[in-house]
Design a protein around this ligand. Structure first.
Ligand code: HEC
Ligand code: HEC
Length: 355
């Protein structure tokens, strides 16, 4: 039942996870990642790519060109030849991989987006509106508060450590908002130690995900979905941040990186590296101390696949500020969460956090 369409209707992880598990199934006990040529039917240029990057790379190509899957594929029959722009895309993939190999020591520096920027045909003309004769591009400031100071300021801005730690759990009533305005009911439960459960209702389809302090899991109508490492991390992260879990225990390392301009206001950026070595960046408004944005960059053969979360409309519940509008984006997929109510310290069934 899951093909190209639910890629737009459901969260990225449902879509991507389903593509992979629906083909032949991965072997979790095998430490060598399965190659694309061993899992997919008709790959000629991406054969060496780890198979679990396929969903990410396809969504990145679509987003870079501003098209959807049907630009290069017929329905969900992704292996079929002579469809749309599939062959041109293949030559473009080879070109991009070769450029990186020949000129950037194999690092994925040139990506589809380097040239395409959301257009199927890149604009090679130079805009006449560009500023002329600047001596060098503007630089981010590399001095600001230390990670410890930024995080302490965030705690204080939310209401203080005492009030934050007094919240043992949150029960969040929300709506998932699609780009076309359509909404689906969403409910979250989060505990102080980072355990969580989220349920989203798409008509008759129930998507649930959670973290029980050992395992991260996800299911569609009670059918388990195979999660990739980064998807598991992202599922854990929102509860950890909302519940004020010490970020020094969440990341292998976390440090101040730069002070940047974020929508006209200065923001301090902390760079964290997760225990699975995925880079994340947390943006804190310098004036009010609040977290305004978080990104995670997952490497692929065609550059980083980026998760982005924007935290907006902080409101007070149990003396602590919580964002009530969260905007999520990954290449090709975008959605938001609108929170209508947060109940703190209700009596929760421990079983909630298990699959
Ligand atoms: C710009 C063209 C383009 C777009 C857009 C695109 N693809 Fe692809 N896709 C390709 C090409 C080219 C291949 C074959 C790669 C190769 O030969 O190594 C492919 C292969 C695949 C495969 C492997 C099929 C197999 O078994 O051989 C899957 C699955 C896939 N695409 C899914 C998607 C999905 C899902 C989307 C939309 C999110 C998408 N693609 C968007 C060009 C595209
Ligand atoms: C170095 C720049 C560059 C990179 C990198 C690049 N492209 Fe292109 N691409 C172009 C240019 C230029 C054209 C237009 C060629 C023309 O008009 O004939 C094009 C055209 C295309 C077209 C045909 C569009 C149409 O409607 O005719 C597809 C599909 C495409 N690119 C896919 C990709 C994909 C997928 C990637 C990444 C794997 C990629 N390109 C990376 C420069 C690039």
């Amino acid at each position: 039942m899951f093909g190209a369409e639910p890629c737009f209707a459901l969260a990225a992880s449902v879509c991507i996870g389903t593509i992979v598990s629906a083909q032949t199934g991965t072997n979790p006990s095998n430490s060598e990642p399965t190659k694309s040529r061993d899992q997919f039917k008709n790959v000629r240029v991406l054969g060496d790519m780890p198979a679990d990057q396929m969903g990410k790379v396809m969504n990145m190509m679509s987003a870079s060109l501003g098209v959807n899957c049907s630009y290069c594929h017929e329905g969900t029959n992704f292996a079929v030849e002579n469809v749309g722009h599939k062959d041109v895309a293949r030559s473009m993939i080879s070109m991009t991989l070769q450029m990186n190999q020949a000129h950037f020591g194999g690092a994925a520096q040139v990506t589809c987006n380097t040239c395409h920027r959301g257009q199927a045909i890149p604009n090679s003309l130079i805009s006449t509106n560009l500023p002329i004769g600047r001596s060098s591009p503007s630089k981010n400031v590399t001095e600001g508060n230390s990670a410890k100071e930024v995080l302490a300021k965030f705690d204080k801005a939310r209401g203080g450590t005492a009030k934050i730690t007094a919240i043992k759990n949150r029960h969040v009533i929300a709506e998932r908002v699609e780009p076309n305005g359509k909404t689906e009911p969403e409910e979250l439960w989060q505990a102080a130690d980072g355990r969580s459960r989220m349920v989203t209702l798409y008509g008759n389809t129930i998507v649930a995900e959670g973290f029980d302090s050992k395992n991260t899991w996800k299911s569609v109508n009670d059918q388990p979905i195979v999660l990739k490492v980064d998807e598991g991390e992202q599922i854990q992260r929102e509860a950890q941040i909302a519940m004020g879990v010490d970020l020094h225990s969440v990341y292998k390392e976390i440090a101040f990186e730069s002070r940047v301009d974020w929508l006209g206001r200065p923001a301090d950026v902390l760079r964290g590296v997760s225990f699975n070595l995925i880079e994340e960046r947390l943006y804190f408004d310098v004036e009010n101390g609040l977290l305004v944005k978080r990104t995670a960059q997952v490497p692929t053969v065609l550059g980083a696949f980026e998760y982005e979360v924007l935290y907006k409309d902080y409101r007070e519940y149990a003396g602590v500020l919580h964002p009530t509008r969260l905007e999520f984006a990954v290449p090709n997929i975008r959605w938001a969460r609108r929170v209508s109510e947060i109940k703190c310290n209700s009596v929760l069934d421990e079983k909630l956090f298990r699959p």
